[in-house]
Write a protein that binds this ligand. Structure first.
Ligand code: HEM
Length: 125
């Protein structure tokens, strides 16, 4: 199996765990389970590392078009928004409602655009 196939499988598994534990955290409510939250954020971090490693080289050698780079940069910003809002929601009992809403919406857009970004760049080195 090639490296890119292994990364694709890894990303699919990570997405299933992050979105699964996210839905579980939402339905279980506060106080959030420590183990569940730890799995949620560490697996999200693992996914971000796999995505970054995959898109970095094709972008740094200019193997992507301007339009494709925009998709990847927007995906990156949405990932940052997902992490930041997740951190605020989990750290504060009185996080503003919009931050909670942001964390319930941004990850879906981040996930779709990141998948497109990985699809575009995979194998372009
Ligand atoms: C790329 C990173 C992340 C993604 C893709 C992600 C995804 C999700 C998703 C899909 C949900 C469920 C939302 C819903 O049910 O509608 C969720 C909930 C949650 N996430 Fe994340 N998450 C990320 C990072 C984080 C981080 C870094 C933290 C904590 C430091 C965190 C803490 C939480 C908490 C506490 C909830 C439950 C919020 C609630 O009560 O609805 N997440 N996440």
């Amino acid at each position: 199996m090639s490296a890119i196939q292994l990364r694709a499988i890894g990303l699919i598994l990570c997405a299933a765990v992050v979105f699964g534990t996210g839905g579980w955290l939402t339905s279980a409510g506060r106080p959030y389970g420590v183990a569940l939250q730890t799995v949620h954020k560490l697996v999200a971090l693992a996914a971000v590392i796999i995505i970054a490693v995959t898109v970095y080289e094709p972008m740094s050698i200019g193997a992507v078009s301007t339009g494709e780079s925009i998709v990847i940069w927007v995906a990156g910003l949405l990932v940052i928004a997902s992490f930041a809002s997740g951190a605020v929601v989990s750290a504060s009992d009185s996080a503003p409602r919009w931050v909670l809403r942001l964390h319930r919406v941004a990850p879906w857009f981040a996930g779709v655009l990141a998948a497109v970004g990985v699809y575009i760049t995979a194998g372009r080195v």
